[in-house]
Design a protein around this ligand. Structure first.
Ligand code: NAD
Length: 276
């Protein structure tokens, strides 16, 4: 049964846990009772998250560094094991970014592909490889990965981003099967339209009025990072105790709309973007 503090006494490790969706995940997980190990490349964001959690009476520690670096993954894992006295219950592989290596596919280079695969996929494999043996020894746990709705539909200039995120969801499914016998559940979130450092409102609208977003997002607004963190909490806790291997879109309805837009006159939806 759901409880008010669904992560009570759990040790949670969150990559990119200083800002954006990850920053909300760290803070919400702490509110839910977890002690949180925050990795972030940005020392100030990491310190702010740890400060907010400890100020509120929680436990947290930071591991500052680039999670695409294998040495940082090793340090993150070591710090989490120390912090948890040998136990880690929850791993959130949150870091990802659409910008590295972006461009029309035929204009991109192998270096672009490597940059994108490194920021989206490789560290998810590395962190999982490092943390899962600890969870197995501890008798169970949960992993929450971060993908994107762009892995479920075609998108130009982001072919490698889309493919790498589809791989994160495929990895989620396969790992869920391999880990089931260890009582470890592995699930994934596919966000869209979060208002974060990576996708601030101005950059997403590119000069268009806010009403534009009200038409293209069925729920008529961008998502607050905490709305994504709430789904991560659900997947990390016993509230989702019979779910594993799933990728859940959290997108204000954009995947459901599939090319349909709210009409400007407010009378339902249209698939003609220039309709009134
Ligand atoms: N924002 C969206 O609408 C959206 C849409 C689809 C998918 N996503 C995915 O959700 C996840 C979180 O997105 P966000 O918008 O909150 O991102 P963000 O860029 O706003 O925040 C990312 C956090 O991770 C940290 N970080 C970045 N690179 C790092 C690295 N190499 N090592 C360690 N820390 C690093 C940043 O400092 C920041 O605190 C990402 O995987 C992203 O691809 C987001």
């Amino acid at each position: 049964m759901p409880t008010a503090t669904p992560l009570n006494d759990k040790i949670a490790a969150v990559t990119g846990g200083g800002g954006g969706i990850g920053g909300s995940i760290s803070r919400l997980f702490a509110e839910a009772g977890a002690a949180v190990v925050v990795n972030d490349i940005d020392a100030e964001l990491a310190a702010a998250a740890v400060g907010d959690i400890t100020d509120a009476g929680g436990r947290a520690t930071a591991v500052v560094g680039d999670i695409t670096d294998a040495a940082v993954v090793a340090e993150f894992h070591r710090a989490a094991v120390d912090f948890g006295d040998g136990r880690v219950d929850v791993l959130v592989n949150n870091v990802g970014d659409y910008r590295p290596g972006m461009g029309r596919f035929l204009k991109t280079t192998e270096a672009d592909w490597d940059a994108q695969i490194d920021i989206t996929l490789r560290h998810v494999l590395r962190c999982s490889h490092a943390f899962l043996p600890t969870m197995i020894d501890g008798g169970g746990g949960t992993v929450v990965n971060m993908s994107t709705v762009e892995s479920m539909r075609g998108i130009t200039r982001m072919a490698v981003y889309s493919a790498a995120n589809a791989a994160v969801s495929a990895f989620t499914r396969c790992l869920a099967l391999e880990m089931a016998e260890h009582d470890i559940r592995v699930n994934c979130i596919a966000p869209d339209m979060a208002m974060t450092l990576q996708t601030p409102l101005d950059a997403m609208l590119r000069g268009r009025p806010l009403e534009h977003a009200e038409r293209w997002i069925p729920l008529s607004r961008f998502g607050d990072p905490e709305e994504f963190a709430q789904v991560a909490l659900f997947l990390a806790s016993d509230q989702s105790s019979f779910m594993t291997g799933q990728t859940i879109p959290v997108d204000g309805g954009t995947m459901t709309a599939q090319g349909w837009y709210r009409r400007a006159d407010g009378r339902g939806f249209t698939n003609l973007p220039d309709a009134p």
